[in-house]
Design a protein around this ligand. Sequence first.
Ligand SMILES: NC(=O)c1ccc[n+]([C@@H]2O[C@H](COP(=O)([O-])OP(=O)(O)OC[C@H]3O[C@@H](n4cnc5c(N)ncnc54)[C@H](OP(=O)(O)O)[C@@H]3O)[C@@H](O)[C@H]2O)c1
Length: 347
Amino acid sequence: MTHYHLLGRTGLRVSPLALGTMTFGAPDWGSDEDTSRAIFQRYLEWGGNFVDSAVNYAGGASEELLGKFLAETGSRERIVLATKFTGAVDATDPNGWGNGRKNILRSLDTSLRRLGTDYIDLYWLHFWDTYTPVEEIVSTLDTLVRAGKVRAVGFSDVPAWYAAKAHTLAVSRGLEPVNALQMEYSLVERNIEREHVPAMRDMGMGLIPWSPLGGGFLTGKYTRAEDGRLSGDGRFTRFEHFRRQRHGDQKWAILDQLVKVAGEVGCTPAQAALNWVANRPTVTSTIIGASTRKQLDDNLGALDFDVPHDELTELSKPEPHHPYNLYDRSVWPQLPFIPDLDIRSQP
Ligand SMILES: NC(=O)c1ccc[n+]([C@@H]2O[C@H](COP(=O)([O-])OP(=O)(O)OC[C@H]3O[C@@H](n4cnc5c(N)ncnc54)[C@H](OP(=O)(O)O)[C@@H]3O)[C@@H](O)[C@H]2O)c1
C-alpha cells in the first residue's frame, strides 16, 4: 500500500483505508487490549497512517488504548490522528456534551491527555447537537487551529445544509473551513448521495465513510431469522443496541448479489463491499472496523481486486424522491420546460 489521498482542500495526506477504533476496549462487542494492540500494529505494518477515535468511544477506553499504542510504537508523528467531540464527557452536566465552546475545549483537553499528545490532526464534530449556533462552532475550531492544537476540521453526522452553512460562514469570515464529512455510507446505506455528496463536491470536501460493511452485515456471516432479526455471531446478535435493528428485503437482495460478485472475483464479500465504497466519487478514506486481527487482514486486502460494481450500484440505488426526481431523466424523462441538452462542466 503506497498511495495516499489529500483530505479535502488541505495538504494532509491520508491512506485510502483508515483504522476505526470504536471497538478498542468496548465491552461485549469490541476488542480487549491485546487484540486492539494487534489490530493497531497490523494496520501500521500494512502502511496505514489514518486512525479514527472519539472522546466517548468505549467510555474513553478507545482513546486511552490508542494513546498507549502510539507511545509503544513511537508512531505519533507519522499518524494522522483523528478524534471527535460532542459525545458526553460528563452525562450529568448539561455542558458536559454537545458542540458549545465550553464542551469543545473540555473535550479536547480530555482527548489530548488520554492520547498523550499536544495536537489532533483532524478534529471532528461528532454529531449535530441541534442547539449550538454554527458561528460558535466554527470560531472555536478556528482558534484551536491557530493555537496549533488542531490541524484540520471535519463534521460528522450532520445535515448537508448545516455542513454547507458552517463551511460557507468559515470561508466568508476567513476562518478554518470544514474539509471533510464523516457519514455512514455503504451498499446498504446510500442516503447521503442525495444531498451530502453533491454538497461535498461543490465545496471541495472529502468524504470519510463509516460503517462501510453496514456494521458487519455485508460480510455475509449473518442469515435471516424468522422475526426479521439477524442470526449468526457478531455485534448484531451480541449487543442489544444492534440487536434491535431489522434488515428489509432490499438489503438481503444486495447481500445476495454481493456474495455472487465476490465469488466470481475470488474475494470475500467484505472485501467486495469495501472495494465498492472506497471507489465511490468523493471518497477520500474509508474507515474500516475489525474486532479481530483476522478480520483486519481480510479488510486490508479490499483494494487488491478489480470488482465489477455496476450491478451492485444499480441494485442498491436509493429511491429517487422530490426534488431530485425532477433532475433524474430515468424517472421523469420529458419535462417540456427543461430542455434535454448535453451541457457539461469544464473538465
Ligand atoms: N461518526 C460516526 O458517527 C461513526 C459511527 C460508527 C462508526 N464510526 C467509525 O467508523 C469505524 C468503523 O465502523 P464500523 O465498525 O461500524 O464498520 P463496519 O466495517 O461496518 O463494521 C465493522 C464490524 O464488522 C465485523 N467485521 C469487520 N470485518 C469483518 C470481516 N472481514 N469478516 C467478518 N466480520 C467482519 C466486525 O464486527 P463483529 O464483532 O460483529 O464481528 C467489525 O467490528 C468505527 O471504528 C469508528 O471509527 C463513526
